[in-house]
Design a protein around this ligand. Sequence first.
Ligand SMILES: Cc1cc2nc3c(=O)[nH]c(=O)nc-3n(C[C@H](O)[C@H](O)[C@H](O)COP(=O)(O)OP(=O)(O)OC[C@H]3O[C@@H](n4cnc5c(N)ncnc54)[C@H](O)[C@@H]3O)c2cc1C
Ligand code: FES
Ligand code: FES
Length: 470
Amino acid sequence: MAKIQFLLNNRSINAELPSGTTVLDFVRYNQHLVGTKIGCREGDCGACTVLVGEIRDDRLFYQSMTSCLMPLGNAHGKHIVTVEGLNMENLTPVQQAIVDEGGTQCGFCTVGFVVSLSGFTLSQKEHNYENAIAAIDGNICRCTGYKSLERAAAIITKQLAEKDTENSVEWLVEKGFIPDYFLTIKERLEALQSSVIEPSGEGQRVFMGGGTDLFVQRPEEMADSPLYHVFGQPSLTGIEEHKGYCYIGAASTAEDIQASPVMQAIFPNLRAHMKLVSSTPIRNMGTLAGNIVNASPIGDLTAFFLALDSSIVLNHFGQQREIKLRDFYLGYKKLDKATAENVETIYFKIPDKNSYFNFEKVCKRTHLDIASVNSACLVKVEKGVVKEAHLSAGGVAPIPKYLAKSSAALVGKKISPELLKEVELILQEEVAPISDARGTSDYKRLLLRQLFYAHFLTFFPKEIQLAELV
Ligand SMILES: Cc1cc2nc3c(=O)[nH]c(=O)nc-3n(C[C@H](O)[C@H](O)[C@H](O)COP(=O)(O)OP(=O)(O)OC[C@H]3O[C@@H](n4cnc5c(N)ncnc54)[C@H](O)[C@@H]3O)c2cc1C
Ligand code: FES
Ligand code: FES
């Protein structure tokens, strides 16, 4: 049991509970707030979406998260908003737009859409149509065909054009988007003790990031496991540049990475790259360390940071050590890491002006899908000659693969279609994809070739023509 304090809608929760109980089960079965629906319990459908509020930079900051994968321990010190916490006597403009546009039929998904779009109204991101649609990219509706929901999103976007961004909460309350108790939330959150929850329960402690992997892989075990909640810990978050290197707190989420001005300055296409990773609520939860440690052979962030030739800093009861990310994977889900060792920081040398970076991913759906094959590439080129190269790929080996031989084969050579064709042969020798639900082995080899060429077609559109590679 752990002492957990948070705000649930307009009420304070102060209870001793297993910190690995999901927020979904807590709100439905303990609090009897049954508006939040259970669909897949795997983060896929968005029916269980809640808003999670906290204070950042002295302002209220809300993000959508899937409550089926969110442990109560991660709610500690926060404001959790279910649809009951948004409902008022009259429909909110979000609810009204969905009704007016016929955006609800069976209604099972509707709560999730209402919560996600309400999150968009509270968000500090620009209120444009693209961001409104992105806000619901984690919500699935099997009835409406989405067009009506897209129209509702467009109406809401238009209404938000008038929003007073300096006094966002006040404006949203005045216009009926959220109930007036939101005006008291900042003060009430400040009064909450949001200290780190001590691990409770018997046995080996489990590091709990966003829970988006643990609650899919081992859902039954979590409530009784001694969890060490690293999610949101100030010492494990933050993204900084220092003396030519970029340091990322291991508990930074994919969204933190996408929103980071430091990362945006290094990677001009960052937003497009990160959009390929899961969906908005999962990006709001899933951490970089979780992606690295779950060792999925198709982890997107892992492939991204492998190609930056990143290092990771690990901590074992106060004892720090560093290791190259490319040396971290010893075999399928086998890591160079003690169970009690946690990942603290990921860092990489910031590519210079002669460097090019790209990330590619092929999957069956645009959002909420894991890769069949992904790949990232960093090359440094001076006067047409490759000075440094780092290639990675996922889905083609039992581990997230740093392609050492192919990378080395590029160095010292002049960029040309011939070189790429030569290196592609080495690339194929370095991988051993298996046939599975994501494609046959041959198909994955073909994808890898295409993604490898895609990097260079993106980097050097004048020097390399597609026709020369086939
Ligand atoms: C619907 C859905 C879609 C997804 N889509 C994608 C996708 O498109 N691309 C992709 O790459 N992944 C995807 N994932 C997988 C997952 O979201 C990511 O891998 C995410 O980064 C995992 O992070 P987490 O913090 O949630 O991990 P958790 O579940 O909290 O933890 C995962 C593992 O890491 C360990 N761990 C966490 N933090 C630390 C730490 N600081 N030190 C040591 N160990 C630690 C945990 O103990 C656990 O073993 C998806 C998941 C879901 C549910
Ligand atoms: S129940 Fe489907 S995302 Fe949570
Ligand atoms: S209205 Fe039925 S699933 Fe969306």
